[in-house]
Design a protein around this ligand. Structure first.
Ligand SMILES: NC(=O)c1ccc[n+]([C@@H]2O[C@H](COP(=O)([O-])OP(=O)(O)OC[C@H]3O[C@@H](n4cnc5c(N)ncnc54)[C@H](OP(=O)(O)O)[C@@H]3O)[C@@H](O)[C@H]2O)c1
Length: 246
């Protein structure tokens, strides 16, 4: 099969401490990529780094809150000092809050929008000039079915601010793709339905795991890896993945 070789490619993954980011990191490291793990919880980042390095893979972590522009700038500077390059940016970090919680606490709304949208947009802007200079790179945005209208799970009546944060990323992804249409820089919007990660547990939800509507995180990660390893001149622009009968 003809696919892009990831050997020694530098892949930066935000939200790599748990869930999808963690699974993708481990799978890409096994294909020879050098993985840069980003999140806020050092214990989780270190755990992922150890899993990768024990299997002779390469990984480094940087603690960074993607809601903070200065932290992003410093992190990217430190990454370039050490690695000299980034080939793939996986904008994956994210949080969930249930709508009824947001109704009582507007800071949760701010948090959702600053993490799920602005954080990714700022991270992308930090790397974009570098990708443009090389006329190469891959910006892979993990969004959600709540950022597309094509599936029933896109019903944002259930999760308004969360839906807004994901639709913002859908719009940003589309605009970016159009801006870069005559370049060799790939832009993908990835829209998974529910899967069993730490997302709902971290948001304090009751029964956060093993729900019938959840896919396995590793199954979703396999699809991410498939998309990231297509030939250089093949773009999968928009991918929707759901549990059958979601
Ligand atoms: N699980 C689902 O059902 C589902 C469905 C559709 C889309 N998604 C999307 O998939 C992506 C991955 O989520 P997941 O389900 O794998 O959840 P997860 O297990 O909770 O992982 C989220 C990751 O994001 C990091 N993160 C959160 N806020 C951050 C911040 N301000 N700065 C840096 N890192 C931050 C978390 O680490 P720290 O807290 O340590 O920072 C964690 O590593 C998210 O964008 C989510 O919206 C998930």
């Amino acid at each position: 099969m003809h696919f892009s070789n990831l050997q020694d490619k530098v892949v930066l993954i935000t939200g790599a401490g748990s869930g999808l980011g963690r699974s993708v990191a481990i799978k890409l490291a096994a294909l020879g990529a050098k993985i840069i793990l980003i999140a806020r919880t050092e214990r989780e980042l270190n755990e992922v780094k150890e899993i990768i390095t024990k299997k002779n893979g390469k990984a480094e972590y940087y603690i960074c809150d993607i809601r903070n522009r200065e932290e992003i700038k410093n992190t990217v500077k430190n990454i370039f000092n050490k690695f000299k390059r980034v080939d793939i940016l996986v904008n994956n970090a994210g949080i969930w809050t249930d709508e009824h919680l947001e109704e009582n606490d507007s800071s949760l709304r701010k948090n959702v929008l600053e993490t799920n949208s602005l954080g990714h947009i700022n991270f992308t802007y930090e790397l974009l000039p570098y990708f443009k200079k090389r006329n190469e790179g891959f910006i892979f945005n993990v969004i959600s079915t709540s950022g597309v209208g094509d599936v029933p799970a896109g019903n944002n009546a259930l999760w308004k601010s969360h839906g807004a944060s994901k639709w913002a990323m859908t719009g940003f992804t589309k605009a970016l793709r159009e801006e870069l249409i005559n370049t060799k820089i790939k832009v993908t919007g990835f829209h998974p339905g529910g899967f069993d990660s730490m997302l709902y547990e971290k948001a304090g939800r009751v029964n956060p795991h093993n729900q019938p509507w959840m896919m396995k995180t590793d199954d979703v990660a396999d699809i991410v890896v498939f998309v990231l390893t297509r030939p250089k001149d093949v773009l999968m622009e928009k991918i929707i993945v759901t549990k059958i009968a979601q």
